[in-house]
Design a protein around this ligand. Structure first.
Ligand code: FUB
Ligand code: ZN
Length: 682
């Protein structure tokens, strides 16, 4: 690892997002998603499945209050297994003292607080901050004296806490809590939740660890990343050590998940039965020690969070073997398992990565959270080594699979992000039972919407990273920011209309000359790039970045012009589903055809490669969202008349000219239900 290239994201309070695209997304999150989610966490959304998230914290706080009041007379609940999702017998009358929802329901609160924190850093809002403080009070009141803070076991019986790491998400809930706590502390300076997260971390550290502790590790990763964040926020080395311990344990033998299952069976007086699923370890990325892993496998969100955590620890500890594994796993994802939308996790079975080049379009799982996890991984790889290939993938996910997860109005969401939809097939074909042709208001398992909210509201921390004298621009984001170089501050204004136009201009304000380097990514999608810098500034190029070094003065500017032509992209022929097809892309945006513009039977439409030069690009407004739509010369096979025979002698099909109207993939399914297709026949 070349430490001279290490960097870290900017403090979000030093960046003001002025970007037209992301500014609008952030406003949608601030004005729609965050308030809606708060109502959802409190079970106040009519017609939506209750979350029970805040219900559980309130119930746990009451239980602990009772414990304090009764002292030794208190009888704690003893654990009975009520399942992965617990629902009231009578939904109209939930028991106020029982746990409800999924085992990981607490994480919804944490993701909400995290989004609130980022949003407050951009847009102070005293009413929202007061609501968040109130929620934090409730959550902190639910913390056990040992520091333990997971309502599933607090309410169901803490006697069996930490006995099912594989399935029961305590360490996952801890991870999200810690991420939220750090974000809220950094945004507001308030440390109540941070102290609670540290106490929970200490409780976990007392239970697990190399010296005599249990040798477990999270069944659903995220704690690895979160502990590193906690370490950075507090300077407490034990959090970094615990993160590394979890990584070191994963995939070692005997398998911890089997050991704990054996222990549970003995406790319950039942015979131990080995889980017969051959993928049982790979699902959790526990099939091999992490430093020996080369292929991205298993549950895609888990995998992305793990790889991001590995990169975090590799960077802080200089662990070359861990970093080498990160690079191999990156290549596996980006080289063999990535959709052109930036989505990952192609199969519904285990919400998982499939085998290399298996990227089905209609049955794609491509969970929104998995694309988000990939963004986390990419940013960490950039922090270690700024190579444009990581930022290219990050950008692809950020402009396609991630925003597709949310409707343009911020009121409906996709969990699954297919690249081809025929609504009738989704309804009739069991193979497609997981695919929804329209976004849903909310989900019982509501992991994706709050994940979008926290990513969108913190997008600036993916656009830039810095070290002492270098600022890297990974994504072109309209923004103004401050970069400190020694005792001086540079104020930088980035103006751009990405992703619709390929130009950006950075202007520099400073009280005096500043020696430093500004590094700009040359996007992989652009064939011709022009960078204009002030005289006297030296240029070097490395791994897809243009480094401009020298003495910067007030009024200096850098102009970047990236060619953004419309391209027809073919997939590697090993991707069986895409043979004979092309996807249309422009800049970082992947396009799709929708029934609303092109009628039904999109499978009969063919792009005309000879017409590539005649594609029209028009800025349009779709439901108040400005976007570039394309008009592409194409052919349509003349469909058979109804009642035509099923088979016939082969003859070249009759074709008629048509113009396909394509819109960005992220904007699909905002105009009612209909067919959609990314990969079009050529
Ligand atoms: O298990 C917690 C979250 O719920 C996962 O990350 C998602 O895939 C969903 O299963
Ligand atoms: Zn999700």
């Amino acid at each position: 690892m070349k430490r001279e290239f290490f960097s870290a994201p900017l403090d979000l309070k030093c960046v003001k997002v002025t970007d037209r695209f992301w500014g609008r997304e952030q406003e949608t999150v601030r004005t729609q998603v965050i308030p809606y989610q708060w109502e959802a966490l409190n079970d106040r959304v009519e017609g939506a499945e209750p979350s029970y998230c805040m219900h559980n914290f309130r119930a746990a706080a009451r239980l602990l209050e009772k414990k304090r009041a009764l002292g030794s007379a208190f009888r704690a609940p003893t654990y009975t297994d009520r399942g992965f999702q617990q629902l009231p017998d009578d939904p109209a009358h939930p028991d106020p003292d029982r746990f409800y929802g999924f085992v990981f329901q607490d994480s919804d609160f944490s993701k909400w607080i995290e989004s609130v924190a980022y949003s407050l850093a951009q847009h102070p809002d005293s009413a929202l901050e007061a609501a968040a403080d109130g929620a934090i009070d409730v959550v902190c009141a639910a913390q056990h004296e040992s520091g333990y803070l997971d309502t599933f076991y607090l309410l169901n019986g803490m006697d069996r806490a930490f006995t099912n790491l594989r399935d029961h998400h305590e360490l996952y809930c801890f991870g999200h809590l810690a991420e939220a706590a750090v974000a809220y502390y950094q945004a507001t300076g308030k440390d109540k939740l941070l102290r609670a997260a540290c106490r929970f971390a200490d409780c976990i550290g007392a239970h697990f660890g190399p010296e005599g502790g249990a040798k477990g590790y999270p069944g659903h990763e995220v704690a690895e990343m979160a502990l590193v964040r906690l370490y950075e926020a507090t300077g407490e080395e034990q959090y970094l050590r615990l993160s590394r311990f979890f990584l070191d344990q994963r995939g070692t033998q005997p398998h911890y998940f089997d050991q704990e299952a054996r222990e549970r069976a003995a406790y319950e007086g039942k015979p131990f039965r080995q889980d017969g699923d051959p993928q049982r370890y790979a699902y959790h990325q526990a099939h091999l020690p992490v430093r020996e892993q080369s292929e991205a496998v298993g549950h895609a969100v888990r995998a992305g969070y793990l790889y991001a955590g590995m990169a975090d620890v590799a960077k802080r500890t200089g662990d070359e073997a861990l970093y080498a594994a990160c690079r191999r796993l990156w290549d596996s994802v980006a080289g063999e398992k990535l959709y052109i939308t930036g989505g990952v996790g192609g199969t519904v079975h285990g919400e998982a990565f499939s085998y290399p080049y298996d990227l089905p379009n209609d049955s794609a799982y491509s969970e929104t959270c998995a694309a988000i996890a990939l963004v986390f991984f990419a940013r960490r790889m950039l922090e270690i080594s700024p190579e444009a290939r990581y930022a290219d993938v990050m950008e692809r996910a950020l402009y396609n699979a991630v925003p597709a997860g949310m409707g343009l109005d911020g009121k409906s969401f996709f969990y699954v992000n297919p690249l081809e939809v025929v609504p009738d097939s989704c309804r009739r074909d069991q193979r497609l039972a997981h695919v929804e042709p329209v976004r849903q208001k909310w989900f019982g398992c509501a992991c994706c919407p709050p994940n979008i909210a926290r990513l969108v509201s913190s997008v600036a921390s993916y656009a830039y990273t810095e070290n002492g004298d270098t600022l890297w621009t990974h994504l072109y984001l309209g923004s103004s920011l401050t970069k400190r170089v020694g005792k001086r501050a540079l104020r930088l204004e980035m103006e751009t209309d990405m992703p619709w136009q390929g130009c950006a201009r950075m202007s520099i304000r400073t009280d005096g000359p500043v020696d430093c380097t500004l590094a700009f990514r040359i996007p992989g999608w652009c064939r011709r790039a022009a960078v204009t810098a002030p005289e006297g500034i030296a240029r070097t190029d490395r791994e897809g970045y243009c480094y401009l070094s020298g003495t910067w003065r007030d009024g200096d500017a850098v102009a970047l012009d990236f060619d953004m032509e419309v391209r027809f992209v073919a997939a590697n022929p090993r991707v069986r589903e895409d043979v004979g097809k092309a996807a249309v892309v422009r800049g970082p945006i992947t396009y799709c055809a929708e029934e609303a513009d092109n009628g039904r039977d999109l499978h009969l439409c063919r792009l005309d490669p000879a017409g590539r030069g005649q594609v029209r690009v028009d800025m349009e407004d779709v439901l108040g969202f400005p976007l570039a739509a394309l008009r592409v010369p194409a052919w349509r096979e003349v469909p058979s008349p109804p009642g035509d025979e099923l088979y016939r002698e082969y003859a070249p099909p009759a074709l008629e000219r048509m113009t396909l109207r394509l819109i960005p993939y992220f904007a699909w399914a905002n105009r009612g239900e209909g067919e959609m297709r990314v990969w079009l026949r050529v």
